[in-house]
Design a protein around this ligand. Structure first.
Ligand SMILES: [Fe+2]
Ligand SMILES: [Fe+2]
Length: 368
């Protein structure tokens, strides 16, 4: 572990305050000119660690915001997950994929809330500023029955959903980290902007439209959670503190547990074509015998990892760490999840991502 030395005289008060990265006690030390070595954050947590944790906290707030919208429509509203009252028509449509979907939506939502609350509390415990995306909670969400109607950070009503994770995890020969590319299992979801929740009560009128919206949600669940499954191991490679590493190694696999569940459930999609926009979901039984598509191949197939000179290995993919935060946020942006958001939202998130991506294992990292 490198020692973290507080170069007190070289740090202006403004740069420290603006970074949001130093506790008042540290600022005081800097102003007093105490040259004695002191950790900038408690317990040898580096500036780089804090940048990574802050980006993850922001993404977890985003995840919680979108999952709360799903829970209000499709999930179970209770003391563990507050908000909304459920939409029976859409809950029933999603339950055609699995009778327990509402429970799974509820539990995924609660998990995301716990992730950002923990990360923010941990940041504060080390003298770092937590993340608050409250100023960006301005989007008007669903007005359909069941929705709480509160303002949102994310938009689930104009999604372009990349379902290439389906073939990526079934491939035995390709890895995105080694240049592999993968076809989406539902190509239509990449060619338009589709609601994953009812936009208003008019969306209930046609049963095929209802089912297509529920199917879209079912695939979007997997798309979101496979992203988390990669992001934690990607960023874990660049943290320094063993405790921060423990946090990333402990949260990350819960994202994978979510992904595994959604990967299984999406394979129960109901064959339907949306009469309002032509979005088509095939009969998953038509995939039988095709290893790249077969619905019950829900565990990762072994594939090439690090180098083709090694035997294939069953792994999370991708895990390349370079620009991982920026790529994760860019992927979410490309999906339409933030349609309607302000320039300052994108500037804030891009800044958090860039700082996380500049963190290096074993280095103190930048203060601002
Ligand atoms: Fe999460
Ligand atoms: Fe997640």
């Amino acid at each position: 572990m490198p020692q973290i030395v507080q170069k007190s005289r070289s740090v202006s008060r403004r740069s420290v305050v603006c970074s949001g990265l130093a506790a008042p006690a540290v600022i005081g030390t800097a102003l007093l000119g105490d040259a004695s070595p002191a950790a900038a954050f408690r317990d040898n947590v580096t500036f780089g660690d804090v940048h990574i944790l802050r980006f993850l906290a922001a993404l977890e707030i985003i995840e919680a915001d979108l999952w709360e919208q799903y829970n209000e429509i499709y999930g179970i509203q209770d003391s563990e997950v507050l908000g909304g009252s459920g939409n029976p028509t859409f809950t029933k449509a999603l339950a055609r994929l699995d009778a327990d979907m509402s429970q799974y939506v509820h539990d995924n939502t609660e998990d995301e809330v716990s992730h950002f609350m923990f990360l923010n509390a941990y940041l504060q415990s080390k003298g770092a500023r937590p993340i608050d995306l409250g100023p960006f909670r301005n989007l008007v969400g669903s007005s359909a029955a069941g929705s709480s109607g509160k303002k949102r950070i994310t938009n689930l009503m104009q999604l372009t959903v990349d379902t290439s994770w389906w073939t990526r995890y079934r491939s035995r020969t390709a890895n995105p980290d080694l240049g592999g590319t993968f076809a989406p299992v539902i190509p239509g979801l990449l060619n338009g902007k589709f609601p994953a929740i009812p936009r208003n009560n008019g969306d209930v009128a046609n049963s095929d439209h209802v089912q297509a919206i529920a199917n879209t949600a079912a695939f979007h669940f997997g798309t979101i959670e496979q992203g988390g499954s990669s992001l934690y191991p990607q960023l874990a490679q660049r943290v320094t503190s063993p405790e921060v590493l423990r946090i990333l190694l402990s949260i990350g696999p819960t994202e994978t547990m979510h992904f595994q569940t959604w990967s299984d459930k999406a394979g129960n999609m109901i064959a339907v074509t949306d009469p309002t926009n032509g979005l088509m979901f095939p009969d998953p039984g038509s995939f039988d015998g095709n290893e790249d598509l077969q619905a019950n191949l829900i565990m990762p197939e072994p594939t090439v990892f690090l180098s083709s000179s090694f035997p294939v290995c069953s792994i999370i993919r991708p895990t390349e760490t370079d620009d991982a935060a920026a790529r994760a946020f860019a992927g979410l942006k490309a999906s339409g999840l933030f349609i309607g958001q302000s320039d300052s939202f994108f500037a804030t998130m891009n800044d958090l991502a860039a700082k996380a991506d500049r963190a290096r294992r074993g280095e103190q990292g930048e203060r601002d």
